[in-house]
Design a protein around this ligand. Structure first.
Ligand code: PXP
Length: 238
């Protein structure tokens, strides 16, 4: 059965909109585990726009399933990761001006640096995954630099304009999952997956785990709204 890692970044995005303490991504992580999720994922960005350093340290203590830290391959982030020692680190590219991670890591161009970071993290007993586009060159480079996993970027599939393009992207994901698996890499996938487009991904048997954030947080806001308003009305109309 495929595993589900839930990304709690956007719980922190709401918190940071008011620079307050609520909602707490750590509380959300506990709720996702209580609901049966197989792991918790979060991205510590260079600009700290949602998840903050303290969240990472608390999540490491609190998460009982599997804690996957997404981060850029910078010196600052490697220092934090080797201090916290999450179960897994997923290396992602990062641009300050982007709204979300826009593309996969270019393992080919940045090979030397990525190999060095993979090796350092593995020396700290951290399982390392590289977030890559479904391209054979990237998959081979990920294997060569001794990453344990790749996470296939599903963004182009999820945001396809029509069924034809979605089908083409799905086939790319399938063939790259097969190629990665043959090279001995573990395979996960994520980005832009929702309650509809996830279904076809489930047919790719080499994919072991999906990491989903935005769609789940968006759904949580909607399914929780009625109860939240009723609870406030109970107080206001007393
Ligand atoms: N995987 C990676 C590497 C990501 O950067 C993200 C976004 O933070 C996700 C998965 C989850 O994407 P989404 O929020 O669109 O579900």
């Amino acid at each position: 059965m495929m595993r589900l890692g839930v990304n709690v970044d956007h719980v922190a995005t709401v918190r940071e909109a008011r620079k307050s303490k609520q909602p707490d991504p750590v509380a959300a992580a506990i709720a996702t585990e209580m609901a049966g999720a197989d792991g918790v994922v979060c991205h510590l960005r260079e600009d700290r726009r949602h998840i903050r350093d303290k969240d990472i340290y608390v999540l490491k203590e609190v998460v009982k399933t599997h804690f996957n830290l997404e981060m850029a391959a910078t010196e600052e982030m490697v220092k934090i990761a080797t201090e916290v020692v999450p179960d897994m680190v997923t290396l992602v590219p990062e641009k300050r001006e982007e709204v979300t991670t826009e593309g996969g890591l270019d393992v080919i161009t940045k090979y030397d640096r990525i190999e060095e970071v993979v090796s350092e993290l593995r020396n700290h007993n951290i399982v390392v995954s590289l977030f890559v586009d479904p391209e054979i060159g990237q998959v081979k480079a990920a294997s060569k630099c001794r990453a344990d996993y790749i996470e296939l970027h599903t963004g182009l599939y999820a945001n396809a304009d029509d069924l034809g393009q979605a089908g083409d992207e799905l086939e790319k994901l399938r063939s790259m999952a097969i190629a990665a698996s043959k090279l001995g890499l573990g395979v996960s996938a994520g980005h832009g997956l929702d309650y509809h487009n996830v279904r076809d991904i489930l047919e790719i048997e080499q994919i072991e785990e999906l990491n989903i954030g935005h769609a789940i947080v968006a759904k949580a806001v909607m399914v929780g709204m009625e109860r939240a308003v009723r609870e406030m009305l109970e107080i206001v109309r007393r």
